[in-house]
Design a binder for this molecule. Structure first.
Ligand SMILES: CC(C)(COP(=O)(O)OP(=O)(O)OC[C@H]1O[C@@H](n2cnc3c(N)ncnc32)[C@H](O)[C@@H]1OP(=O)(O)O)[C@@H](O)C(=O)NCCC(=O)NCCS
Length: 163
């Protein structure tokens, strides 16, 4: 039986020449892929089930990542609903010749655990165990509230056009 309840995971990548954008830095798509990979591994580690991304939003690219940098992607469960797992992801990067890693990107990504036929499935509940955890849970809840008004705004663009 697969083990559930692994709350955190960190993945490390090397920013390669293939990740470059037209400005010579790492392109946003590469960073989003790393975020999705770390989030996925974290969601599966928590639930021991197959998970799909249901929402990624509010990605803030704080500073660029340079080619040749080591990139660390930290993913951590900060809230669970019935079938959803909300994961805070922080991306840090630095020159491998130096010790300092600086935060370059932050977001919260939401996964839903699914059954084999793609239906949402219940996940093990996560309970905060410290003051920091409670703050993070509050942050996830606040984003959920903001997202529901955002969803209303976006809704009309999600359905196919009638014309
Ligand atoms: C994920 C998926 C199975 C959910 O199906 P659904 O019919 O929308 O399911 P529900 O309405 O029951 O919602 C399931 C969960 O998703 C959450 N959810 C739905 N819309 C959401 C949104 N915009 N933001 C955050 N969470 C959302 C719900 O809150 C619910 O969580 P809860 O059970 O913890 O309360 C379905 O939307 C899907 O297959 N999406 C495509 C996923 C995919 O292919 N991802 C890869 C990237 S393209």
């Amino acid at each position: 039986m697969a083990k559930t309840g692994k709350r955190e995971i960190s993945l490390r990548f090397l920013a390669e020449p293939a990740d470059v954008n037209f400005g010579g830095k790492v392109h946003g798509g590469a960073v989003m892929k790393w975020i999705d990979q770390a989030g996925y591994a974290c969601a599966v580690g928590w639930s021991a089930m197959y998970c799909v991304t249901v929402y990624v939003g509010g990605i803030r690219f704080i500073r660029p990542i340079h080619i040749g940098n080591v990139v660390e992607v930290h993913a951590k469960v900060i809230y669970t609903g019935n079938t959803s797992i909300h994961i805070a992801v922080d991306v840090l990067a630095g020159d491998p010749r130096e010790d300092a890693f600086r935060k370059t990107t932050h977001c919260v990504i939401v996964f839903v655990a699914t059954t084999e036929d793609g239906k949402p499935a219940a996940v093990p509940p996560w309970q905060p165990a410290s003051e920091e955890d409670r703050e993070l849970q509050g942050y996830a809840r606040k984003l959920m509230g903001l997202r529901s008004s955002l969803d209303q705004e976006v809704k009309r663009f999600l359905e196919p056009r009638e014309d």
